[in-house]
Design a binder for this molecule. Structure first.
Ligand code: COA
Ligand code: ZN
Length: 311
């Protein structure tokens, strides 16, 4: 039995934040369905932010509702505050991913308050979650700019570990450590992720890398060495935070799955189906810059038998 590694598709959220085309809800849901058919069960499907902040997510309720209804899918949504979390709770979305930044300057630019205020808001979100009747909704605690910030520069590793520990203490079910602007390098990733895993080892830890400086997949291998087994990625390498200067795309989902499978992990994902889906998504988004090597070069003949998808 191969060890499992989890890939969460964040294209319908992170991937669409900066694209010019407002994608109709039906296409966002077709993206989710296609990813599910390729074997991806975890998809961050939208973002509950005010429509005027990111117009792409004006249809967030419709997309979340459609995704929640998709059998076999475990959708999550991104939220920046209590109001966003309440929108997710109202639709019984299985996981709500809260985002704050380790960099004060980016937190201010992104969510217009201090990191401490964001931490206090997370405590309120967890309290509301805990008081809800019915199915328990999982809370992800996302730490943006954990490896550095294009506004502030260096970010303290001790501060990232402290934030992770506090989010867990307050009720986070998963910690997502994000390199929002692609400043991380493998040495730094290995060191910081070892420290995070050691501090909150009983809670699942995911990494969210952007390939801005070409080190995205190298950082995945470093995080694997530190014990991380879950990664966010975006189809065709789309993505980027509109409130972080110089941000570019996430690590590419197809390439990430390819590498994890080659390293011997079981992702449950069929790369060829992902490539077919990617072609469709490319057609929907004229004028965008797509990345990823496997879609361009094709799988090597030596590729291990691909995952059998039973969805
Ligand atoms: N969803 C919908 N509406 C929301 C909302 C949410 N999550 N949060 C706030 N609002 C509404 C408020 O009700 C208020 O509406 P009103 O003017 O009709 O009364 C208005 O937006 C302003 O609310 P306020 O709490 O003052 O927010 P703000 O203007 O200080 O903005 C955030 C704070 C967090 C909402 C905003 O900065 C944000 O959405 N940031 C996320 C940015 C992002 O998506 N980054 C990329 C992902 S990392
Ligand atoms: Zn991101």
């Amino acid at each position: 039995m191969r060890e499992r590694a989890h890939v969460r598709e964040v294209g319908p959220r992170d991937g669409l934040q900066m694209v010019k085309t407002i994608l109709p809800s039906a296409r966002k849901l077709a993206w989710c369905r296609g990813a599910l058919e390729a074997g991806i069960r975890d998809i961050e499907v939208t973002s509950f932010v005010p429509p005027k902040v990111v117009p792409q997510f004006t249809d967030a309720e419709e997309v979340a509702r459609g995704a929640v209804a998709m059998q076999g899918l475990r959708p999550s949504v991104l939220v920046p505050n209590l109001k966003g979390a309440e929108r997710g709770f109202a639709l019984d979305v299985p996981q709500v991913n809260y985002v704050l930044s380790a960099s004060e300057a980016h937190n201010l630019a992104n969510v217009r308050r201090s990191t401490e205020e964001s931490l206090e808001d997370f405590a309120r979100i967890a309290a509301v979650r805990d008081q809800r009747p019915g199915v328990r909704i999982a809370l992800g605690g996302g730490i943006a700019t954990a490896f550095g910030c294009t506004i502030a520069g260096a970010v303290s590793e001790a501060r990232v570990v402290e934030i992770a520990a506090r989010l867990v203490e307050m009720g986070a079910d998963e910690i997502i450590v994000a390199d929002t602007v692609g400043y991380g390098d493998p040495g730094q990733v290995r060191r910081l992720m070892k420290a995070v895993v050691a501090a909150i080892g009983h809670v699942p830890v995911a990494c969210h890398f952007h390939d801005t400086r070409g080190l995205g997949l190298a950082n995945v291998t470093a995080a694997l060495e530190a014990g991380v087994r879950a990664f966010d990625a975006s189809l065709a390498g789309l993505g980027g935070c509109p409130f972080a200067p110089g941000a570019t795309g996430n690590i590419d989902t197809e390439d990430t799955v390819f590498m994890l499978e080659q390293l011997g992990f079981d992702t449950g994902v069929d790369v060829e189906k992902l490539i077919d889906l990617r072609r469709e998504v490319e057609n929907w988004l004229p004028g965008e810059r797509f990345s990823g090597a496997i879609a361009r070069a094709g799988l090597p003949k030596t590729y291990r038998p691909r995952a059998k998808v039973s969805a």
